[in-house]
Design a protein around this ligand. Sequence first.
Ligand code: G6Q
Length: 546
Amino acid sequence: MLISKTKEWSNLQAHCKQMQNVKMKELFNNDKERFAKFSLQFNNILFDYSKNIIDDSTIKLLLELAHSTNLKSKIKQMFTGKKINTTENRAVLHTALRNRNSKPVVVDGEDIMPEINNVLDKMETFVEKIHDGEYLGATGKKITTIVNIGIGGSDLGPMMVCQALEYYKVKDINSYFVSNVDGADIANVLKKINPETSLFIIASKTFTTQETMANALAAKKFMVSKLGDSADIIAKHFVALSTNINECKKFGIDEKNIFTFWDWVGGRYSLWSSIGLSIALSIGMNNFEELLTGGYDMDKHFKNADFKNNIPVLMALLGIWYNNFFNAKTLAVIPYCHYLRRFPTFLQQMDMESNGKYITKGNEKVDYNTGPVIWGEAGTNAQHSFFQLIHQGTQMIPVDFISFIANLDGDAKQHNMLLSNFFAQTEALMKGKTEYEVRDELLKENKTEDEINHILPHKVFEGNKPSNTILIDKLTPYTLGMLIAMYEHKVFVQGAIWNVNQFDQWGVELGKQLAKNILSELNSDTTITTHDCSTNALINYCKEKR
Ligand code: G6Q
């Protein structure tokens, strides 16, 4: 049965009607304990969800909805390796990759922890050798540049983490990420690097992805042109992160330099696996392990905390509250942290590729919204571009505000400016600005009555715009691990409630298939007639113009 047909859903619909006209400002005025009631702390993360259009009944009804979907047992199924990716018949065990207690995790009757730990050991040895200068390039030089070639899950996670943890970067290692099949991407990187000191990391679960293989071949061609055509060049300057060992070997990669992972690691959840090699090389293995520990500690919180004290569960339920009952179609994620500027991009894949589905696990078509559009940008830059729409636009846009109490760089004064904007925005979105307040301001500016009437409606802010505030002590590998895992579990809970398979991605597969057909047509000399008249005309126009 669709979740929308349950009594828990109808109860929320009825409750939403009552809450439509409730003003958060009044809720705050009437309850001085509102922050204490609607905020949670776990380790060094504070999650304040008091600036939402909710009361006690909202939370009670949302929790009833969660319980009605057997969420507890669905969580257990994921952690214990049940094949919850039903369309691909796979377990989903990115949590095992960061299982720091090495308790057995069994898939198909086999404990997978020894294998996971072997790969981690292999990564550690490799990273140390690179850092110590024991591993040298083909001409005897130390490796100081790494170029990760991958796309989607084999790019976004490691790229975001390397950027987010740049402060912790090991000296002497520069990293680049190449993903786009547009030749400009790899060409721009190749222009900047020294072939003798560069290591290419070919990150691809399948080792067949068109974009990655094209870029890997371009890198190979470049290296051969610069250093000569010997097997040693490929063996010393290329490593692979993949489940497809045979294809890696065919490419010429030395078996010692193949870091494997497994089909139960989804691409967008793979940064915790050997796909994180670029992270470990950038920030050191100890820091990579700290990242895993952060993820692991969040896993424990998610698995063990009651739903009402469980940050990912509450985040997910609040998202459902707006997406399904207020019909808010998007969620803005705004990190007030320059290092996290690509975090929204990373989350886009994690969330939209996971829950952007309209068929349930029971093969029914949903009649409710699933995955929201995730978007965002670093604050304060976002304030100077699209925040206008959030403050005074016509649609409801819930926001997640993320920031850190301690600054890593710059002086404390400047960090306080950042934080003052962070707090001010959450407050302004909630409170708005009344006609009375605007009039008062304008009077103080000595405006005439005519001038006031002319400008007044434009300066009024209705407020009542919901947001979550996620405030963390300091950006470290550990806290970043917690933050990423927190969002992963939030996305899991939403998908579990919407009853979609969050772990397949047929839309991505479709793209891989479609482009292949057109590629052969673009390379042919004949006029194309196999598509609709628009697509035919576009392809033929392009061929004629060449
Ligand atoms: C992630 C998706 C997708 C995938 C890329 C790259 O969950 O499956 O983004 O990561 O298509 O695939 P390969 O790693 O196989 O090259």
